[in-house]
Write a protein that binds this ligand. Structure first.
Ligand code: AMP
Ligand code: ZN
Ligand code: FE
Ligand code: FE
Length: 289
């Protein structure tokens, strides 16, 4: 049994291995009551997740997403939540996400070129066959590398070649973490810094706060107790909500954090929801279709 709140999960709309419906069912089995679906640069899984949740009246689905930004030598991920504002449906925001996904497709081609130079040719179409209509990413490239026998596991592909400063990684277009925070705010969402312990760029937190950051993902499986303590202190210093999530990617994803872990108390969700960000002068939330 996990905790009642999980604010970070992925589906087949990006690099998760569970379709949204299966993720929802698995979350309910784990005892999760508040589930944020946060695919990379995509809200395409939300419709099916809402649909599946209708069979589970005790479950709240929080519409969300995750935007990955490159910074020199590392990457920073920003989560966005839309607990009541439906600005994520706005045409301009969806257009922004389509551009982000197009950049991901172009990046897969660039990574394939790099892999060929390293003596590990892959066919980008093999990657896109796994992605289907979802948001392409390095985990899909890693799966093809495993299939070709270049590496034994997805993790090995990242550790040796695809990590931020790895020999086969190529940077994506210059969307800064500050830009990501701003675009989420402009759509009426609540921006939260994802797993800062993995990024190692804590010095950027003040400028993200300045841009409108509302929380830090403090409770995260790969954060040490010292990191949790440090991020809790930074949340107090900057008046941010300390959130948490599993970053679950489904079975066979090369990621092992179960849904609902580490356990996150219900009051974290209540605090975050109460920090609802008004739209920052962007187009008003569009009506539901
Ligand atoms: P991308 O979306 O192309 O930037 O790829 C980043 C995603 O790869 C992250 O959001 C994770 O889902 C996944 N990832 C990062 N590191 C690893 C790893 N060591 N093993 C498996 N997946 C990883
Ligand atoms: Zn992912
Ligand atoms: Fe992430
Ligand atoms: Fe994630």
């Amino acid at each position: 049994m996990g905790g009642p709140v999980d604010l970070h999960t992925h589906t087949t709309a990006s690099d998760g291995t569970l379709p949204p419906r299966a993720l929802v069912d698995a979350a309910v089995r784990q005892g999760v009551r508040v589930l944020a679906v946060t695919d990379h640069d995509s809200t395409e899984g939300l419709g099916e997740a809402f649909d599946a949740a209708r069979a589970h009246p005790l479950l709240t689905i929080v519409p969300g997403l995750e935007i990955n930004c490159d910074v020199p030598g590392s990457e920073i991920h920003v989560l966005g939540y839309f607990p009541s504002a439906d600005g994520w449906r706005a045409a301009w925001f969806q257009e922004f996400l389509r551009e982000q996904r197009a950049e991901r497709v172009a990046r897969v081609h660039r990574i394939a070129e790099r892999l060929a130079e390293l003596g590990m040719p892959i066919d980008p179409d093999e990657v896109f066959a796994i992605v289907k209509e979802g948001s392409a990413g390095r985990p899909h490239v890693a799966q093809v590398m495993v299939k070709r026998g270049y590496v034994k596991t997805v993790r090995e592909a990242f550790d040796r070649y695809l990590r931020a400063d790895g020999p086969a990684n190529v940077p994506r277009r210059r969307l800064t973490p500050v830009d990501a925070v701003r675009v989420i705010r402009r759509a009426g969402g609540i921006p939260v810094l994802a797993h800062p312990g993995l990024a190692g760029r804590d010095e950027m937190i003040p400028e993200l706060v300045e841009a409108g950051l509302r929380g830090i993902e403090v409770y995260y499986a790969e954060h040490s107790p010292e990191q949790v303590a440090s991020y809790l202190a930074q949340c107090r210093e900057h008046d941010l909500v300390a959130t948490g999530g599993s970053d679950h990617h489904g079975p066979q994803s090369g990621r092992t954090n179960p849904i609902g872990s580490p356990p996150v108390p219900m009051k974290v969700w209540e605090h975050l929801r109460d920090r609802e960000a008004p739209t920052d002068g962007g187009p008003a939330a569009s009506p539901a279709p």
